[in-house]
Design a protein around this ligand. Sequence first.
Ligand code: FAD
Length: 441
Amino acid sequence: TCAIDPKATVSDACVSYATIDELNDQVYPLLQSLTQETDFFSYYRLNLFNKACPFWSDASSMCGNIACAVNTIESEEDIPLTWRAEELSKLEGPKAGHPGRKLQEERPKDRPLQGMLGEDVGESCVVEYDDECDERDYCVPEDEGATGKGDYVSLVDNPERFTGYAGMGSRQVWDAIYRENCFLKPLPETGLSSSTNNFQPGGLQAANDFRSLLQQESKRGDGFLLDDECLEKRVFHRVVSGMHASISMHLCWEYMNQTTGQWHPNLQCYKDRLHSHPERISNLYFNYALVSRAVAKLRKHLQDYTFCSGDPVQDSDTRRQVSQLTEILADRPQIFDENIMFQDPSAIGLKEDFRNRFRNVSRIMDCVGCDKCRLWGKLQTSGYGTALKVLFEYDETKNGENPLLRRTELVALVNTLGRISHSLAAARSFHRTLTAELAGV
Ligand code: FAD
C-alpha cells in the first residue's frame, strides 16, 4: 500500500491527505519562521530535571539512558564520544532558571529581566504567575511534583532529531503510554462507546463506515488496537500514535550515522518505521487536522495577545505572523469538527477519563531517560493537551469565561503544530525519493 496516497482520507477528520498537504504548503514557512526565528516561540520553560518518574524507580529509568540504550548500539565504544547516544541526548546551550514569585514581586517593574543569553527580555515573557492547575487542563502543570519552577530551554539549540535513545528504556515508556489507552464505558454488544454516533459527521451510516475503517486499521495495526475497542479509545490511540510517528519521522529525517558522524535523512529508517505502517502516517495527518483546528480556534484570542520579547519590532512581527497563521487556518473549511465529540450527556465521565489519561501520558514523560527526548516529549504532550483543552473546553464566541491559556501552553501548541507540519514535509520528501528509487531513477 502506498503510505501517502493523495486520495487517501484522514478518516476521523474527514479530509483528504491532499487537502492537508496543500494547507501545509501555505503554513509551513510561517511555522518555521515562528518557531525558529522568534524569541517568543523558541524558548520554552519546563521542569526537565527536577521531577522524578512517578511510575517506576529511577534505577530502571536510568537503564533506559545509559545501560540499555547505549548497549543497543553495537561497538558504541569504538566511536568518538561526541557521536554516542549519551552525548547526543544532552542539552545544548545556556539555561535560565525561573525567578521565584518572591523575587518577581520584589523586582521593580521597570527593571527588565535577563533572558537566557543574558539579554534583556520583556517581563511577561519570563515571569509567569499563572501556573495554578485548572481542572479543565489535559496536562499536569509543569510545577506539579517539582522542586522548582523549571528552566528556559532554547528549542532552536536543541532540535528534535536522532539521539540513539532506544532499547528497554524507551520501550518501557512507549508501552506505558499505550497502556493508558484503556477506557471506561464500552457497550457490551458492540464494544463501542455510547457516544460513537456523535463523533462522525453524517450520522449512523458514516459512523458505521468509520467503525469498519477503524476495524480494518486495527487488524493491520501495531498490536495495541483490538477490534472491540470503543471509539474514544481509538481517538486517544490516534493522538498518541501520531505523536509517536512524528518523533520517528524526525529521528529518521535527521539521523546520525554513528560510524561516519554524518547527519542525513535515513530512507531505510523511514521505510521501516513509517512507510510500511500506513496507519501511522494516517495518524500523523489526523493530528495535523486536530491541532491546526485548535490553533484556528484561537484566532480571536490571539488578536489581542501580548507578545513580549522586549523588542517591539520583533513583537509586532510575531503578532503579524501569528495572525497570518490563524487566518489561513480559520479561513479553510473546518477540517476537524470537535463539536461531535463528547456531546452525549452520558459521555461526561468518558471525557473526564480521557482528560485524566492524557494527564497521565504527560506524567510518563518524566520517565524518558534522554534529556533532549524528554524535552520534546514533554513539549509535544503539552501541545496536544493544549489542543484538546482548546477543542473541548473553549468557546470561541465567549470572552473571559474560557480557561486560561498560559504562555507555555501557547508555545507548546504552536511548536507541536510546527513539528507535525515538518513531519508531513519530510514524509513527502522521503516519498519522492522512494518513488524515484522504485522507478530506477
Ligand atoms: P519504538 O519507536 O520504540 O516503538 C516501540 C513499539 O511501538 C514498536 O515496536 C511498534 O510496535 C510500536 N510503534 C512504533 N511506532 C508507532 C506508532 N507511530 N504508532 C503506534 N505504534 C507504534 N529517539 C531519538 O532518536 N530522538 C528523539 O528525539 C526521541 N524522542 C523520544 C521521545 C519519547 C517520549 C520516547 C519515549 C522515545 C524517544 N526516542 C527518541 C526513542 C524512539 O522513539 C524509539 O523508541 C527508539 O528509536 C527505538 O525504536 P524502536 O524501533 O525500538 O521502536
